[in-house]
Design a protein around this ligand. Structure first.
Ligand code: ZN
Length: 335
């Protein structure tokens, strides 16, 4: 099954999933309207898995430590793949050869539980406040409240960056190519609550794009690069491995372009999404910080505890467009 056919299947799948109807699907060329989470086509799943192996080592910056070398693979600004092999410092030789050095079985790597929380606080952090100092506001919903949304699943997978249990996927932090969690079910159920409450006030907010695999993002991104060039494509489309959609925690709603800005739905979404555990991930006037232009349609699920903390911090700082990068004091650019 070639990629174009796969994408066509994905698009058809979303048309049936969307609550907005065909009119809201809009331009398929410009909009990414995909929800692989709705797929049940096992042939497609197999194709994805098969292709992922060939895609691994593409745009993701990976460091694969071995006993003797570290292989670093990356792309430069022009998109060329740079692969270099950097020797790792050799451990000092043990002068007593009779002392047995037990070999570490490779299984140990997987048996060693990876930390579920990586408290990453870069020394270069210039903005924001580490979440550990943020206080859950008194008006945050508790588990007994209707709109309470628990924190999403934390995966104990090396290579995924978490800060205070919040998965970070941006230009600085990528996801493993084979990370395929599908759309998070808590995220989806919270979205339905948001959607229902919006409908109760006469607004139509629908899911246009949810989970996207590394492979799909690879195809989409390269399509944009071919059309607009890499520099422009990087302002609105993530390189494979860097898309928040691959985390299963991001949803694009309604029309995925600037025509959504300023609509009653967009205004309501921006004002209320935190009540369900979401944040506007790429707010206006923060392109230099998030690395992406304003995306009024892209919401990210973090759970209500975190969304209320971020919201209250935003109020405290007098910045309604406080970003995840500022909140955690991290950056977002291709290193
Ligand atoms: Zn999006």
């Amino acid at each position: 099954m070639n990629k174009k056919i796969v994408l066509t299947l994905l698009l058809v799948s979303v048309c049936s999933l969307s609550a907005c109807g065909k009119d809201d699907i809009g331009s398929l060329d410009d909009s990414v309207i995909i929800n692989e989470g709705s797929l049940s086509d096992s042939a497609e799943q197999e194709t994805s898995a098969e292709s992922l192996q060939t895609k691994a080592g593409g745009y993701v910056v990976t460091e694969v430590p071995t006993t003797t070398t570290t292989i670093t693979t990356a792309t430069d600004e022009l998109g060329n793949i740079i692969a270099e092999t950097v020797p790792v410092e050799q451990a000092p030789e043990v002068p007593t050869p009779e002392t047995p050095v037990p070999e570490t079985p490779s299984e140990t790597v997987t048996e060693t539980p990876a930390p579920s929380v990586i408290d990453y606080t870069p020394s270069t952090a210039a903005a924001g406040t580490p979440a550990s100092t943020a206080v859950l506001p008194a008006d945050a919903p508790t588990q007994y409240d209707y709109n309470y949304g628990p924190a999403p699943t934390v995966y104990n997978i090396p290579g995924i960056k978490y800060i205070d249990n919040v998965l970070i996927a941006n230009k600085s932090y990528s996801l493993p190519a084979d990370f395929y969690p599908d759309l998070d079910q808590t995220c989806l159920s919270q979205f339905y609550k948001l959607q229902n409450d919006a409908a109760a006030v006469g607004l139509n907010i629908c899911l246009s794009s949810g989970f996207r695999s590394y492979e799909t993002q690879d195809y989409i991104y390269n399509d944009y690069v071919a059309r607009d060039g890499q520099e422009k494509a990087d302002t609105y489309s993530a390189r494979p491995g860097h898309s928040e959609h691959q985390s299963g925690l991001a949803i694009d709603v309604n029309q995925i372009d600037d025509t959504f800005i300023g609509t009653p739905e967009a205004i309501w979404l921006e004002a209320h999404c935190y009540e369900y555990g979401f944040i506007i991930r790429y707010p206006q006037s923060k392109q230099d910080i998030t690395g992406y232009k304003y995306e009024s349609w892209h919401i990210r699920y973090v759970g209500t505890d975190m969304s209320y903390k971020i919201h209250s911090k935003a109020i405290e700082m007098g910045d309604p467009y406080l970003t995840l990068e500022e909140y955690f004091g991290i950056d977002s650019y291709y290193h």
